[in-house]
Design a protein around this ligand. Structure first.
Ligand SMILES: [Fe+2]
Length: 499
């Protein structure tokens, strides 16, 4: 036992002295309660959220992962080295049955712009080590920030090679923009299967998250960097809007549907490294960037014209909202502050216009909420926002879009940039298709790819660079990653430049 290990043992105190036998089944010694891994998120200059959730049998149908019906003491430590030779913060927190034995620790008193390592201990067992970091000090830029941007990870549709490659890139941050889980079960052509049927109850959602975290590639991506996460529709139900249900199969009364929605969000918070269950929030990164993380699902008007791709005059109604009035005001107020060089909007659904030759567009995206898009774009112009950057998921394809004041006028000014990440696994292997659909009506779309993968975005003081990272397949594990397009945007000069 090294001196450090002993120190940790002493820190463990009473909980380390007697390891609990978790169940009556025949097991020699304590079971590993850290099968769901560790995570961190929402870094600030002197604090970061640390997360874990105890489960010894993650697929148990009650969503409690085989844990006893009582609180479990969990120790945590933060250190400056992966060997924990210098511990700078530590404590004990109770993992409660009512929270499915998830814990959210806010580690405080940290140094700005620093890398840290963290781990937990329960039942005399030590968790895997996670790596995290704090934001730069207010008023400083810090080094360039490399972000991995990802979305849409249907477990049934493919292996999580994208998550493994993200972990290997050692990004400064991971942005996950929705569809972290999928609620349905039994996708056609699936390469692996969800446990249980479509998620409806709290137990169902808890088990679904637990199953996703049994994937070692996903656990590696969480352990590699802090994440900023926002949910979209599949964390609840496909294409739902506010209190209007989407198109999933189970027949539910209104009361049952509302209970389902509440259960879904509760399980989302329990399983994500969030500071609170309020998902729209700002995360400052010194003078380099401000992340405005949006929730375009919980507060939106219903999709117009019955949803899906439509030619729809009602989508132009100026009073429609995709954020709700309170979030829109919060966003515009935040954009007026000009604190970070880059104002990054981390959000769920296609922001730029994206139409076919008939003028039909996706009513679930901002095209179904054109008044809201126009208010936001004009809002950032009126406030003199120099560098708006919209980061988006949802469509299972990668795109790079010049944002336009008037999308129907190709000569209209470029007023910002949208980078859309492809899916981690949703829709399976993808295709080699690279042509922008309907280029005549979408001239502002500069890149299109149907490969699986993620986007690496490097944010610097003077420019950002986007590298679209792609995988040849997700139907088998272990595919290599490569870059199939790269762009830069210069600060103060909106517009994508291919490199
Ligand atoms: Fe998706």
């Amino acid at each position: 036992m090294t001196r450090i290990d002993r120190r940790y043992f002493i820190l463990g105190g009473a909980a380390a002295a007697g390891s609990l036998v978790l169940s009556s089944s025949a097991t020699a010694g304590p079971l590993n309660p850290f099968r769901l891994g560790v995570a961190s998120g929402d870094p600030a200059p002197t604090s970061v959220v640390l997360w874990t959730r105890l489960a010894v049998r993650p697929l148990n149908a009650d969503g409690h992962g085989g844990m006893p019906r009582k609180p479990i003491a969990v120790q945590w430590q933060v250190a400056t080295t992966a060997r924990f030779s210098r511990i700078v913060a530590s404590g004990t927190v109770n993992a409660r049955w009512a929270d499915a034995h998830s814990v959210h620790v806010i580690a405080r008193g940290l140094q700005p712009g620093a890398v840290y390592y963290y781990r937990f201990r329960a039942f005399g067992q030590i968790s895997p080590v996670g790596r995290t970091r704090t934001a730069p000090a207010a008023g400083t830029f810090g080094p360039d920030l490399r972000i991995a941007v990802a979305s849409c990870a249907n477990y049934e549709n493919g292996y999580y090679t994208a998550y493994r490659r993200i972990a290997e890139e050692n990004p400064g941050l991971v942005l996950f923009l929705g569809d972290y889980i999928y609620e349905e079960s039994g996708s056609p052509g699936r390469v692996r299967s969800h446990a249980g049927g479509e998620t409806v109850t709290l137990a169902d959602y808890r088990r679904r998250y637990a199953q996703y975290r049994t994937d070692p590639d996903l656990r590696a991506a969480h352990a590699a960097a802090p994440w900023l996460v926002v949910p979209d529709d599949h964390e609840v139900e496909n294409n739902y809007a506010k209190l209007v249900r989407g198109n999933s199969r189970p027949a539910l009364t209104t009361a049952q549907w509302r209970a389902r929605r509440a259960a879904a969000y509760r399980a989302y918070y329990e399983n994500m490294p969030l500071r609170s269950a309020s998902f729209y929030r700002r995360v400052g990164w010194g003078r380099l960037a401000t992340f405005h993380m949006l929730d375009t699902r919980q507060f939106r008007d219903d999709q117009p014209c019955g949803d899906y791709w439509k030619v729809c005059a009602a989508a132009d109604a100026p009073n429609r909202t995709i954020t709700g009035a309170a979030q829109e005001k919060w966003l515009l107020d935040g954009l007026a502050r000009h604190y970070g060089t880059w104002d990054v909007l981390g959000q769920q659904v296609f922001f730029a216009r994206y139409a076919d030759e008939t003028g039909a567009a996706n009513m679930d995206a901002w095209d179904g909420y054109r008044g809201a898009r126009d208010r936001l774009q004009r809002g950032w112009l009126q406030r003199g926002v120099r560098n708006p950057l919209v980061l988006t998921g949802d469509v299972h394809a990668a795109l790079a879009n010049d944002l336009k004041l008037d999308y129907r006028d190709p000569g209209s000014a470029t007023i910002g940039t949208e980078l859309i990440c492809t899916s981690v696994s949703s829709n399976g292997d993808g295709t080699a298709l690279r042509e922008v659909p309907w280029p005549g009506v979408n001239p502002h779309i500069r890149h299109y790819s149907e490969r699986r993968g993620y986007t690496m975005v490097t944010i610097g003081q003077d420019r950002i660079r986007a590298d679209f990272r792609v995988l040849p397949r997700v139907s088998r594990p272990g595919a290599p990653v490569s870059t199939n397009a790269s762009f830069v945007v210069e600060a103060g000069r909106p517009g994508l430049h291919r490199v």
